[in-house]
Design a protein around this ligand. Structure first.
Ligand SMILES: NC(=O)c1ccc[n+]([C@@H]2O[C@H](COP(=O)([O-])OP(=O)(O)OC[C@H]3O[C@@H](n4cnc5c(N)ncnc54)[C@H](OP(=O)(O)O)[C@@H]3O)[C@@H](O)[C@H]2O)c1
Length: 358
């Protein structure tokens, strides 16, 4: 099959197109073989070209008997089921259009075909095209897992059931213009939460249009003044600002959830055991700082390929409450340009790759 692979960690320049990649095979009766129509590039893909997370990911690959190289990136897709294992549930049939995610240790979806477990796909929601369907789940599940799982629900049970539950909760989203942020704003408004969002000047209108109640332009406004005395149930850092940022502003919060946990950097640098230990100490130290400063609890958020989260997004998309925000769509042969765009940042939603032309 054709696809983009890397044979060693050398950054974006190590990405190579090949039309001679081995077809992925169904290895368990729960797996599904999908022809990829559209996929996306996320910051994780770009970081993985540099070897980010290799200690943890190689351990998971070793457990699952998966080779590290050639490494195919791409964590989310929309496509058509071409084969399925015997135990795959009946609502997934050959020929169905599906959307799904690929766990980070598995061969990804920037290729003609991908094989994934049935738990990480559902039928593509109604009312969304193939491009949009490749631009919701990875970032969306990161926001969903952060708020619902790592945020220990925090009163947001609606994120599991789509039946409401966060009404009146105060959520602050830092980086509301990016892939995660644009979805987090829509999720929070679907829950009737009160949303304060930060973004830069040229995104203010877009973020207001997504429903944010209060938008702060972090480039123009004095953040100390803008946040002075404000209190939030949850602050979600979707701007890559990290743990230290929690104590820089005169706000308070019950929970500050950062999507920039140091775990993979620490394990890459120090090995699994020492790296994990170092991360636990980092988390403790950060919490001492935030609690001592009367701010609140600091937590890390991660992408989790949770079936309940995928089902949540399927329902929200079908009810029109969540829509994909797409920055740019690239052709398959422009995959390197798509990675460059992610590396340069300042995204307004998602970077999509059309793998199969209609
Ligand atoms: N832990 C995990 O499992 C996980 C999973 C997914 C993503 N992440 C991380 O989560 C973060 C968000 O991911 P993403 O895919 O949404 O990235 P993205 O699409 O690049 O979005 C980041 C957004 O933040 C804005 N921004 C940058 N600095 C800001 C600031 N100081 N205040 C407010 N907004 C700011 C950027 O626009 P401007 O620069 O133009 O303002 C951009 O729109 C990234 O750091 C990513 O690495 C972690």
């Amino acid at each position: 099959m054709s696809g983009w692979e890397i044979g060693e960690y050398g950054g974006i320049n190590s990405l190579r197109f090949s039309d001679n990649l081995e077809l992925p095979v169904i290895r368990s009766s729960n797996e599904v073989f999908v022809e990829v129509y559209t996929t996306a590039v996320n910051s994780l893909d770009q970081l993985m070209t540099e070897g980010y997370g290799q200690r943890v990911l190689n351990t998971l690959r070793w457990i699952s008997k998966i080779n590290e190289f050639p490494l195919i990136l791409g964590r989310e897709f929309c496509g058509v089921v071409r084969a399925k294992g015997q135990s795959v549930r009946a609502d997934i049939q050959i020929g169905d259009k599906v959307w799904g995610v690929v766990p980070p240790h598995q061969p990804g979806s920037i290729a003609e075909y991908v094989v994934v477990d049935q738990s990480v796909i559902t039928r593509k929601p109604e009312g969304i095209d193939d491009i949009g369907a490749a631009g919701i789940l990875y970032a969306g599940l990161t926001a969903w897992s952060s708020l619902y799982i790592w945020g220990l629900a925090g009163g947001l049970q609606g994120l599991k059931t789509s039946k409401g539950g966060g009404k009146g909760k105060r959520l602050c989203i830092l980086g509301a213009s990016g892939g995660v942020g644009t979805l987090a704003v829509q999720m929070a408004k679907a829950e009737e939460m009160i949303v304060t969002a930060t973004c830069s000047t040229n995104s203010v209108q877009m973020v207001k249009d997504l429903g944010a109640d209060h938008v702060i332009d972090y480039r123009k406004e004095d953040l100390k003044e803008a946040f002075r005395g404000l209190s939030f149930d949850i602050i979600l850092d979707a701007a890559g600002l990290g743990s230290d940022y929690a104590t820089t502003l005169p706000w308070s919060f019950s929970q500050y959830i950062t999507l920039q946990p140091p775990v993979l950097n620490n394990t890459d640098a120090n090995g699994l055991i020492l790296g994990t230990l170092k991360s636990a100490i980092n988390l403790l130290q950060s919490n001492v700082k935030t609690i001592y400063g009367y701010k609140g609890l600091l937590k890390w958020g991660f992408f989790v390929p949770a079936p309940q989260g995928i089902e949540y997004f399927r329902r929200q998309v079908e009810s029109g409450k969540i829509k994909p925000i797409i920055d740019t769509v690239y052709d398959f042969n422009e995959t390197k340009e798509a990675f460059d765009k992610v590396a340069k940042g300042h995204l307004r939603g998602k970077i999509i790759i059309k793998v199969k032309n209609d």
